[in-house]
Design a protein around this ligand. Structure first.
Ligand code: FE2
Length: 264
C-alpha cells in the first residue's frame, strides 16, 4: 500500500525524517517556545497547566514560513499538493500544542463526564465541530482541509501522543452526508449535527482500531479532515524534556466548504 492509498483508506499517513522539515522545526522551535510566555496566548493554558492548547499561536505567514526562516517544505508538503490536490494553500498559523506530565488534570467548569471522556477516550473529536451552548450542540464551524502534525521535540511514545481511529473518516463522511448531502454548503453552519456526530462517533469507537501516532522531530504525519482523533493521557512512564510533548499542527481552512464532504 503506498502512502496515498493508506491515507485514503485509513485516514492518516506518516513521513520519515526529512531534512526540510528538520530545518523548519529547528528554526520554529524558539518561536514556539515564546508563545508560552506571550500574554496574548495565556488563554490557552488548560487542565491545571498540563496542556497548552496554543491554537493559531505560531506567528508563521500564509506559506507556513516564519520570518527569515526556511520554507515549510518536504515530502509531507509535496504529498498535500500532489495527492490531496491542494497546491496553492493559504496556511493557517500553526497550533502549538504542548502536553506536560499529568495531562489531563480536571479543569474548573468541566463536568465529571467531560473529564472522563478526555481521560478514557482521548478527548476524541472531529475538527471543526465545536460544541456551543448548554446543553452543548454541535455545528460545523470550521472546515479544515487536513491536520498536519509536526513534532517539535523528542518525547516518548506514551507522552500524550496523537491518536486516531483508523477508517473513521469514511464513517463520519457517510453520517454527515446523510444530513448535509442535500443542503447547500453555505447553510451547513446552521445544521445541528449533535446526534449525527454522537452516533457516528460511537460507531467509530466500536469498529475502528485506535492507533497511536508517535513521531520525532523531522518526521510528520497527516490526518484526514473527517477522522476521529484525539490526544492520549500522559503515560505513567512517559518521558520528555523541559518543553514537554510539543507538536505543531497546521489545519488550513478549505477554500470551498463543500469540499469538506466531497473531496477524497
Ligand atoms: Fe483535532
Amino acid at each position: 500500500m503506498n502512502k496515498a492509498e493508506q491515507f485514503f483508506s485509513k485516514g492518516w499517513c506518516s513521513f520519515e525524517s526529512d531534512p526540510a522539515v528538520k530545518r523548519w522545526v529547528e528554526f520554529a522551535l524558539p518561536a514556539a517556545r515564546t508563545t508560552l510566555t506571550d500574554p496574548a496566548q495565556e488563554q490557552w493554558t488548560r487542565y491545571q497547566g498540563t496542556w497548552f492548547a496554543g491554537v493559531n499561536a505560531l506567528p508563521n505567514d500564509t506559506s507556513g514560513r516564519l520570518q527569515h526562516g526556511p520554507p515549510l517544505a518536504g515530502q509531507a508538503i509535496d504529498f498535500i499538493a500532489s495527492e490531496l490536490g491542494l497546491p496553492l494553500f493559504n496556511w493557517d498559523q500553526a497550533q502549538v500544542s504542548i502536553c506536560y506530565p499529568g495531562y489531563p488534570q480536571p479543569m474548573q467548569g468541566e463536568t465529571a463526564g467531560q473529564h472522563n471522556f478526555r481521560k478514557n477516550r482521548d478527548a476524541a473529536h472531529v475538527d471543526g465541530l465545536r460544541g456551543t451552548g448548554q446543553p452543548r450542540r454541535r455545528f460545523l464551524e470550521e472546515s479544515h482541509a487536513f491536520v498536519l502534525g509536526i513534532p517539535m521535540v523528542e518525547a516518548s511514545p506514551d507522552a500524550s501522543p496523537f491518536v486516531i481511529w483508523e477508517g473513521s473518516h469514511e464513517i463520519m463522511r457517510s453520517a454527515f452526508m446523510s444530513v448535509l448531502g442535500l443542503i447547500p454548503a453555505a447553510d451547513w453552519i446552521s445544521v445541528d449535527l449533535t446526534e449525527t456526530y454522537q452516533r457516528a462517533r460511537k460507531q467509530c469507537f466500536d469498529e475502528c482500531p485506535r492507533v497511536v501516532l508517535h513521531a520525532r522531530p523531522g518526521e510528520a504525519y497527516i490526518a484526514h479532515r473527517l477522522s476521529l482523533h484525539g490526544v492520549a493521557p500522559w503515560g505513567e512512564t512517559a518521558t520528555a524534556g523541559p518543553d514537554g510533548r510539543m507538536i505543531c499542527y497546521f489545519r488550513p481552512e478549505l477554500p470551498d466548504r463543500a469540499g469538506w464532504l466531497s473531496l477524497p
